[in-house]
Design a protein around this ligand. Structure first.
Ligand code: FAD
Length: 527
């Protein structure tokens, strides 16, 4: 017999196979040796009480041989001579998962990627961190694997209505991700493991007859009769296919400008902007796990905070336990920070974006010198750019970042000496009220005070805040037909992923890639 059940154990016991068997047996009133094995379906941490507990949902095999369910299988077709081909611009999660889905449907994907392959990209990240030199097409946002590759690799998403999350996780496992991502309530992969997975995906695409062209930046779109006729890349090559899937991410400002300048409809999309806060991981562990030091059976603790302050949402974003703050800029005079962590999350710091919602009116007021209407399609992009430039200048150049201790910021004191921190290019003590727009700074200040009441110890001068966290989501939406997925003006253009405004995060971008690939397949088969 097989039985699905949930048990609740202390962390040390949850990691001990025998203790788990004993707990299962106790719930069934049988002896532990009647349990031939069990498969973990879901694992979550409950840290609400003083004693942290682990909830395990399991499929137990009782009095029958243990046959764990086999991993999901995928069938990728040979598309070398496929009658239909699709150009995908951007090899981030949206583009890569779209390519794999098209191959499953017998359609040939041709990927154009402005950046380098995932391995070569690492050298450009080292130059950025250590020498302050940015490569405009190869950085934390651009290059094979997209923005999520050198990240924490968190695979948690709330957008479960947009697609099949389990299928995406199973595909990650198929290409080499550890199987615990299938059962962890908050799965993550880690910066050290993601590049191999991305490489395996690319190798699969090429083995099936798909194409991947690195250092091919889309620079022009030629249209005719409400359709794309061909694409031109920066190196002078041109490409055409049956359909075009645009998955260039939230940082491809040149693409937003290209569309806007060619009168291809795009819309301003509100987003959120703020700072990255970094605390000692030990402090976050002690707050979340109610202890002096974390048990070896528990992972570094995370948090998720949200408040309504001054009629605005202020919230934590992309929290990285045991992580590093990284320069996620894409241009030489703009400073953007984000966070990543390795699979073990074993750095001594915990960082998270702390951001404030920005409305059309906020952005238009901050840019009043430009006299833009509140619905200008590039309004939020210009706003983002303005703050990033201020942050760059305030940091003192070479991607040093302006920073302040958290309580000093709230009490409006300039910090004398900044704490030890993870940001490799270096921090520069600055009054962040000179960098952030007033409504952001004041909302963050009040938000931090409220968060300190929710999480005792969070409001601490051991924490440092670093500007600016500005690429939280796309500042633009590229519209598409709700039924057929194509752009309202161009019937063979399919906006996709985070840059088009339909995803926020690795898994939701991957799901959107699959969704758009399905639309493309349906439309190409019918036409
Ligand atoms: C440092 C960092 C950490 C992150 N951590 C996480 C995390 O832990 N979990 C999570 O869910 N999300 C994380 N994110 C966000 C996540 O990476 C994105 O939500 C996700 O990658 C979006 O996928 P996408 O495919 O839509 O776009 P992207 O990943 O942005 O991919 C777009 C691709 O298009 C390419 N491109 C752009 N312009 C052109 C052009 N003109 N021609 C050709 N190619 C072009 C880019 O080089 C890029 O490879 C992180 C982001 C960063 C920067």
């Amino acid at each position: 017999m097989q039985k699905q059940l949930t048990i609740r154990l202390q962390p040390a016991k949850a990691n001990d196979q025998l203790a788990v068997k004993e707990a299962i047996a106790a719930t069934q009133g049988i002896k532990p040796d009647a349990i031939t094995g069990f498969q973990l379906l879901k694992k979550s941490i409950d840290a609400r009480g003083r004693q942290v507990m682990i909830n395990l949902t399991l499929n137990a095999f009782i009095h029958e041989p243990f046959h764990p369910a086999a991993p999901e299988k995928f069938e990728f077709k040979d598309v070398t001579h496929a009658p239909k081909s699709v150009i995908i611009i951007g090899a981030g999660p949206a583009g890569l998962f779209a390519a794999l889905k098209l191959i499953e449907s017998g359609i040939k994907p041709i990927l154009l990627e402005r950046g380098k392959d995932v391995k070569s990209r690492r050298r450009d990240l080292a130059a950025l961190n250590k020498e302050g030199i940015i490569h405009p097409d190869s950085n934390y946002c651009f290059g094979e694997g997209g923005a999520g590759t050198y990240s924490d690799g968190k695979l948690y998403t709330r957008s479960n209505k947009r697609g099949n999350i389990n299928r995406i996780l199973a595909l990650f496992c198929h290409f080499g991700a550890p199987e615990n991502i299938l059962s962890d309530a908050h799965p993550h992969i880690g910066t050290n493991k993601l590049p191999q997975i991305i490489t395996a995906m690319r190798e699969q695409i090429i083995a099936c007859g798909g194409q991947v062209h690195f250092e091919h930046k889309l620079t022009d779109i030629i249209t005719e009769n409400n359709k794309i006729k061909k694409l031109i890349t920066a190196n002078g090559n041109s490409f055409s296919a049956d359909a075009y899937l645009l998955a260039t991410g939230h940082s491809a400002r040149d693409i937003f400008e290209l569309l806007h300048n060619n009168n291809i409809l795009i819309e301003a999309k509100p987003f959120a902007l703020g700072v990255r806060a970094e605390h000692p991981q030990a402090l976050i562990d002690s707050i979340q796990y109610h202890c002096n030091s974390r048990s070896e059976h528990l992972p570094p603790a995370s948090y998720s905070l949200v408040e309504q302050v001054n009629d605005k949402g202020v919230f934590s974003f992309c929290m990285c336990p045991g992580g590093i703050i990284a320069p996620a800029s894409t241009n030489k005079d703009e400073l953007v920070v984000n966070g990543w962590s390795p699979s073990k999350r074993n750095n001594p710091y915990a960082n998270s974006g702390m951001v404030v919602q920005v409305t059309h009116e906020d952005a238009a007021a901050a840019l009043k010198h430009l006299k833009l209407p509140a619905d200008h399609p590039l309004l939020f992009m210009y706003f983002q750019q303005m703050v990033e430039r201020k942050a760059y200048t305030a940091g003192g150049g070479q991607f040093k970042a302006p920073a302040q201790r958290l309580v000093d910021f709230c009490e409006k004191k300039v910090t004398g000496s900044l704490p030890a921190n993870s940001y490799i290019p270096g921090l520069n003590s600055t009054d962040l009220y000179d960098v952030l727009p007033g409504f952001i700074a004041h909302t963050l200040r009040d938000g931090f005070r409220k968060f300190g009441k929710k999480m005792k110890g969070y409001y601490s001068n051991e924490a440092v805040i670093v500007a600016t966290e500005s690429r939280t989501s796309s500042p633009v939406r590229i519209p598409r037909d709700a039924e057929k997925g194509h752009h309202p003006q161009l019937s063979n253009l399919y906006p996709c992923g985070e840059g088009a405004g339909y995803a926020g995060g690795i898994v939701s971008a991957a799901m959107d890639g699959e969704r758009v690939a399905d639309w493309v397949r349906t439309n190409l088969i019918i036409s």
